[in-house]
Design a protein around this ligand. Structure first.
Ligand code: SF4
Ligand code: SF4
Length: 92
């Protein structure tokens, strides 16, 4: 399989990738990782070192994780190509 060069990969992510950020009110629980149908959200670490990992290539912007988070800790923005209100990144 042919590899995509890093610059093309970044451009692809910036145009097509959903943006998901987690706020400080997250206390890692099993809700969002359990409901995510694609495995885009995973938990990592143990105890106080627990954290969430996000794989944008698996995320479909379905919004289930946002709905299921009791702490309202997830901010999800759809990919810029699907949201006309977002500016497109500059093309190199
Ligand atoms: S559901 Fe909310 S509080 Fe729980 S791990 Fe996910 S973002 Fe954090
Ligand atoms: S928006 Fe949907 S696919 Fe993306 S991380 Fe949340 S639950 Fe998973």
């Amino acid at each position: 399989m042919q590899q995509v060069d890093p610059a093309t990969h970044r451009l692809w992510r910036d145009l097509c990738g959903p943006r998901l950020t987690i706020t400080g009110s997250c206390s890692p629980c099993p809700r969002c990782t359990g409901i995510c149908p694609t495995g885009a959200l995973k938990r990592d670490g143990r105890g106080s070192a627990k954290r969430l990992l996000f794989n944008w290539m698996r995320c479909t912007s379905c919004g289930l994780c946002v709905s299921f988070c009791k702490a309202s800790a997830i901010n999800l923005q759809p990919p810029p190509l699907l949201d006309p209100s977002q500016p497109l990144p500059p093309l190199a």
